[in-house]
Design a protein around this ligand. Structure first.
Ligand code: FES
Ligand code: FE2
Length: 383
């Protein structure tokens, strides 16, 4: 199913009838499998473990072998189904601590206490796992399709001249609702009026003004959706830009990529730059006054639980530790506001499972992304 601009206009028109793209029906326990999910920040797995986790409904045990390399196995011993995360790491292997069966990093059974032979039936599933950009990525789909080169470029997370803060939050909500939220900037003025929201003199709903000017408002990419454009100082006043450059024209580009990776780059240029660049992508010859970023990731755990990873980074020369900590505090408060609202939204959805939601214009980005996800899941499941 190809999504055309006409489809999106139809779906996002204020008077549009409710559609599957905006309904609760996508909040089922059907997850994309052939993709790289963020399992956690690398620093969570400094110790050998084992660490029990969930990804897209699958229990996974992660451990670091004596050689320092991570292994990801199904967190269920094939014998009597004890979790391997209650086991013990031995060299580059893991031993189930119920009856002592030992497994290698590739999932093969290496030893059964009291037996001289091992059975192939005792194989445990092994998942491709990669550490990249200070994150741990796991592929829950077909092993032969796992290509680490398809992990999105998040190199802003590891640039030497950047100060970074990062964290994570647990949600009692389906991952799709969190992705919807990150693709919909219209909620910032209202849900985050006390944190990141626009100042009181910002336009009201009766006098709407787009958050971005120029650029591309929600453009479909092969693997996601791009939102980019210029913001004037009235709009970006409360956003995470350094205090030393309060005025100017802010260029922001956010890519939201399969399966739920948010990568946002914010660059402040001297006032008048938007005009001189004709409201288009700034030329690489233009030097930014400041440069900040945020990388985030949404990972489904189960049908009703998710983990949200987030970060904030500024150039060393733009913010010192104290300023970055202050902005980080506001950022965390902002994300807590999202948690409260989205969990309440999930409860409402579950109370009225047969009902459909209605769309508005600001839903364009999330409609594009939901359609892309549905297309990929349908191709995988054959539905
Ligand atoms: S359940 Fe793992 S060894 Fe028996
Ligand atoms: Fe938000």
């Amino acid at each position: 199913m190809n999504t055309t601009d006409a489809d999106v206009r139809r779906l996002s028109a204020a008077s549009v009838e409710a559609t599957p793209e905006t309904s609760a029906r996508v909040l089922e326990n059907v997850f994309l499998k052939n993709t790289w999910y963020v399992l956690g920040w690398s620093e969570e797995f400094r110790t050998s473990g084992p660490h029990g986790r969930l990804i897209a409904g699958e229990p996974i045990v992660l451990y670091r072998g004596a050689d320092g390399i991570l292994a990801a196995l199904e967190d269920r011993c094939p014998h009597r189904w004890a979790p391997l995360s209650k086991g013990r790491v031995e060299g580059e292997a893991i031993r189930c601590m119920y009856h002592g069966i030992k497994f290698g990093r590739d999932g093969r059974c290496l030893e059964i206490p009291g037996q001289t032979t091992v059975s192939k039936a005792l194989q445990v599933r092994s998942y491709p796992v990669v550490e990249k950009y200070s994150l741990v990525w796991v592929w829950p789909g077909s092993v032969e399709r796992a290509d680490p080169n398809t992990i999105p470029d998040l190199s802003m997370l590891v640039e030497a001249d950047r100060r970074i803060r990062h964290g994570s939050l647990e949600y009692e909500a389906h991952a799709t609702l969190i992705c919807d939220n990150l693709l919909d900037l219209s909620h910032i003025a209202y849900l985050h009026e006390k944190t990141f929201g626009r100042p009181p003199d910002a336009p009201s709903a009766s006098r709407p003004r787009p958050m971005f000017q120029g650029g591309s408002p929600s453009e479909a990419l092969d693997n996601g959706v791009r939102v980019e454009g210029w913001m004037d100082s009235a709009t970006h006043r409360n956003i995470a830009v350094p205090a030393k450059v309060p005025d100017g024209d802010l260029w922001a580009r956010t890519d939201f990529l399969i399966p739920g990776i948010y990568s946002s780059h914010l660059q402040m240029f001297p006032a008048g730059s938007a005009e001189s660049q004709r409201w288009k992508v700034p030329s690489s010859e233009l030097t930014p006054l400041s440069d900040s970023m945020s990388i985030q990731a949404v990972t489904p755990l189960t049908e009703r639980t998710s983990r949200y990873f987030f970060s904030l980074g500024a150039r060393m020369c733009d913010m010192d530790d104290e300023e970055l900590n202050r902005v980080w505090g506001v950022t965390r408060a902002t994300f807590s506001e999202d948690v409260n609202m989205i969990q309440a939204q999930q409860q409402m959805i579950d109370r009225y499972p047969g009902r459909r939601m209605a769309g508005i214009g600001a839903d364009r980005g999330l409609v594009l992304f939901r359609r892309l996800m549905q297309k990929l899941i349908a191709a995988e499941t054959g539905t």
